[in-house]
Design a protein around this ligand. Structure first.
Ligand code: A3P
Length: 365
């Protein structure tokens, strides 16, 4: 294990990390890449199948996305997840043991995960690494290298790495809430760990998904992405069930699940960062506000800053699929669907959203 170059925490960090938690250790979150050489796990595939669930996986209905033959999706408990994650997901469901002070960032792909990961990490480590620090991990690592990707770890039998991480741990997943059942305490059963979810207008998610995958698969048709999303068979879909799982949990347990909207974060990122910090039990002090720490975090994690940094301009998010890290950063705007969708496509997606969400209080207008 490499010696991590982070500093020992200050007394302020010590009290921050231990308050309201069961943390025995107070160093977290550490930049994951500093303690795990192979931190790029989005595409992780075990060399050997996870035997424990091999029969179950082989019995699942599967499909491949037209034009993306190397991405086979299987329907596990109602959600279409990559075949290479299916056994890992089952293992995660059974064996993941959250700590009370864990923080899990969750999302559907292409909904602002990278941004939220960077903001959450920068908020949590700010007293060890102020956003302006020259040695800030986000200046030398891609945001996804700063924290473990849960299904990637389970897929490669490295979940033990999670146990070795100091508290509070910061992790991320694309899995629906059903796949991390112990993260949220049962009603009346106390508080689980903290989960932060980011949701995006589905039509913009469709556009972002297409642009991302076409970097590696130029033959992928936009209309196919829209069809798959509407059918509920796109990656981690049905998108409505994914979103609603977290939406309902945030309503039932607001102290456990923070539900963020990509579009709101675009409108007022500083407000989003303050909400995030309050939810984490780490509100910004008056001194931090005066010192411009919130503004610093917003600036450090902005699309402009992140996309210009070396670790985000080189390398692959998914080496196996040749998806470059650069593809994580594109326009970062709301409403790009207007530049891509026919009126029929937009109408089709809107009516699905209306149908699935109309009784839930969640709207995308
Ligand atoms: P677009 O393709 O619409 O531009 P994910 O991180 O879940 O893969 O989401 C990718 C989307 O988030 C892309 O959207 C990308 O441009 C946008 N994004 C990435 N970093 C961002 C940032 N710092 N601020 C705002 N949007 C960002």
């Amino acid at each position: 294990m490499a010696t991590p170059p982070y500093q020992q925490p200050s007394p302020a960090i010590m009290s921050m990390a231990t308050s309201g938690s069961c943390a025995a250790s107070v160093l977290g979150p550490v930049p994951f890449k500093d303690v795990e050489e192979d931190a790029d796990m989005v595409s992780a595939v075990s060399e050997r199948p996870l035997e424990e669930h091999a029969d179950m996986v082989s019995s699942l209905p599967c499909h491949t996305i037209t034009g993306v033959s190397s991405l086979k999706l299987c329907c596990y408990q109602g959600f279409w997840i990559p075949e290479s994650w299916a056994a890992a997901t089952a293992a995660m469901q059974r064996h993941f043991e959250p700590r009370l002070d864990d923080v899990i960032v969750s999302s559907l792909p292409k909904c602002g995960t990278t941004w939220l990961v960077a903001l959450t990490f920068a908020t949590m480590v700010r007293r060890v690494y102020p956003p302006g620090a020259a040695d800030h991990p986000l200046r030398r690592l891609n945001p996804h290298q700063c924290l473990p990707f849960m299904e990637g770890l389970f897929a490669t039998r490295r979940q033990g790495k999670l146990e070795g991480l100091p508290s509070p741990r910061l992790m991320n997943t694309h899995m629906p809430l059903q796949m991390i059942p112990h993260a949220i305490a049962a009603p009346g059963g106390g508080r689980g760990c903290r989960v932060i979810y980011i949701c995006r207008e589905p039509k913009d998610m469709a556009v972002s998904t297409w642009h991302y995958f076409r970097r590696a698969f130029p033959e992928l048709a936009f209309s196919d992405v829209v069809d798959l999303l509407c059918d509920g068979t796109m990656l981690c879909g049905p998108f409505w069930d994914h979103i609603l799982g977290y939406w309902r949990a945030s309503a039932a347990s607001p102290g456990s699940v923070l539900f963020l909207r990509y579009e709101q974060l675009l409108l007022d990122p500083a407000d989003g960062v303050r909400r995030l910090a309050r939810f984490l039990g780490l509100p910004f002090s008056a001194d931090e506000e005066t010192d411009g720490i919130v503004r610093g975090i917003v600036e450090l994690c902005s699309l402009r800053t992140l996309s210009a940094m070396e670790p985000n301009r080189t390398g692959y998010v998914v080496p196996r699929l040749k998806l470059p890290r650069q593809a994580l950063f594109r326009k970062g705007m709301a409403g790009d669907w207007k530049n891509h969708m026919t009126p029929e496509m937009a109408c089709r997606m809107d009516s699905i959203v209306a149908d699935r969400f109309h009784t839930t209080g969640l709207t995308f207008q």
